[in-house]
Design a protein around this ligand. Structure first.
Ligand code: NI
Length: 402
């Protein structure tokens, strides 16, 4: 039994019918990648395409963001938000293709080009079928997902969840871990809170042969790094996921000098908000305590990044059922949560919804490299699948209850 008046088979066909446009959009954006809050050309391109499709839109939201609204003409109803992120990464592309990045050192290595193309496709299909549904679809093209504090929170501050008020929010992310034609879902926490820290050890530098006259920042930093490992192994419930990673240590320049200062940089990932807070407190106490015990002083800067992304259970079921209608139940996969960060989390804090995965791998063609890899690529046959899944999910939500 179809969940909406519009047949999913028809939707899939409508999405397949615009495959060439989807590929052209994705390739254009891929060739002209821009970093967070610098998506000037990307924003213009999106506005131009929305204009061609005939969709009302607003530019300059959160600097380079674009918001389009499509009102179903079958009546008033609820409002559903569909989101795509637009920014690229500071990576030198290593994929040799006709659509290789023309902006040296910048690359769409996380598939946000595909997300944007999919949302443009969804705009087209929804606009053509607006007489067939009641309610409103808000299409949000969001800047700067890769750079916290990110574009989502800024769009929310500029009112994207209001006028009309958003009742549910959906988005997708490409992944080569699923093959093109597959969709992945996970209810509950799906992405981790992603926080970072900088610990500066202030000791006392001096001659390598006179350690007694110094307070060795290298030795103290080493103790701190080892001690931080116990935050997860000894202080966190084994049933609560958490990661503490030290990604950089900077100290000293010479073999025969004791440095008076050392800097430790790292990240903490958690799902649980209480554990998130606890990590901040204990990391700070531990660093300061160890430094003090060793006659030094630790300064800790702890910055909260994106919160944990939580998929609403009922909305995930709705999205999963909508996805199954367009790809078949055998192509719907239960995916694992990741400890990667994602600022779609902010939309999902304010409206129930689901962030799901679109398979864009193709093992036969060697499209297997992970997100953020310089050889990352997307199987473009997945683009219409993404369009059909997004549109059907939005329509199923609008048709659900009232
Ligand atoms: Ni991404």
């Amino acid at each position: 039994v179809a969940l909406t008046a519009i047949s999913p088979t028809d939707l899939r066909r409508a999405a397949e019918a615009i495959s060439e446009e989807l590929t052209a959009d994705r390739r254009h954006i891929h060739m002209h990648p821009e970093l967070g809050f610098e998506e000037v050309e990307t924003s213009k391109y999106i506005a131009k395409r929305l204009g061609e499709i005939g969709v009302t839109h607003r530019t300059g939201v959160a600097k380079t963001g674009v918001v389009a609204t499509i009102g179903g003409t079958a009546g008033a109803g609820k409002t559903v938000l569909l989101r795509a992120d637009m920014d690229a990464l500071p990576i030198v592309e290593q994929v040799e293709s006709a659509y290789k990045s023309l902006n040296p050192g910048v690359m769409h290595a996380c598939g946000h080009d595909a997300h944007t193309a999919v949302l443009l496709g969804a705009a087209k299909v929804l606009q053509e079928r607006r007489h067939e549904f009641a309610g409103t679809v808000k299409l949000v093209f969001q800047p700067s997902e890769e750079r916290p504090p990110g574009g989502a929170i800024r769009m929310i501050e500029e009112g994207v969840m209001d006028g009309p008020k958003v009742d549910a929010a959906f988005g997708l992310h490409v992944t080569p871990q699923l093959e093109a034609g597959q969709l992945g879902y996970k209810a509950g926490p799906a992405n981790a809170a992603s926080d970072r820290f900088q610990i500066t050890i202030h000791g006392k530098g001096g001659h390598a042969a006179r350690p007694n006259a110094c307070v060795d920042a290298v030795v103290i930093a080493s103790q701190v790094v080892v001690a931080l490992q116990t935050l997860v192994s000894r202080e966190t419930s084994p049933t609560q996921p958490a990661v503490v990673t030290v990604g950089a240590i900077h100290a000293g320049d010479a073999n025969n000098v004791i440095p008076g200062e050392a800097t430790i940089l790292g990240t903490v990932r958690t799902y649980d908000p209480d554990l998130r807070q606890q990590m901040k407190e204990r990391l700070t106490e531990m660093s300061k305590g160890i430094a003090a015990a060793m006659r030094a002083r630790a300064e800790v800067e702890y910055t909260f990044g994106y919160p944990s992304l939580v998929n609403d259970a009922a909305m995930t079921e709705l999205a999963r059922a909508a996805g199954a209608e367009v790809v078949g139940a055998q192509n719907v996969v239960e995916v694992e949560a990741t400890l990667g960060g994602e600022d779609m989390a902010y939309f999902l804090q304010r409206a129930p919804g689901c962030f799901f995965r679109l398979g864009t791998g193709n093992r036969a063609r060697g499209i297997t490299y992970g997100n953020h890899h310089p050889k990352f690529d997307v199987e473009e046959a997945a683009l219409p699948v993404g369009v059909a899944a997004m549109v059907n999910t939005a329509l199923c939500f609008l048709a659900s209850g009232s």
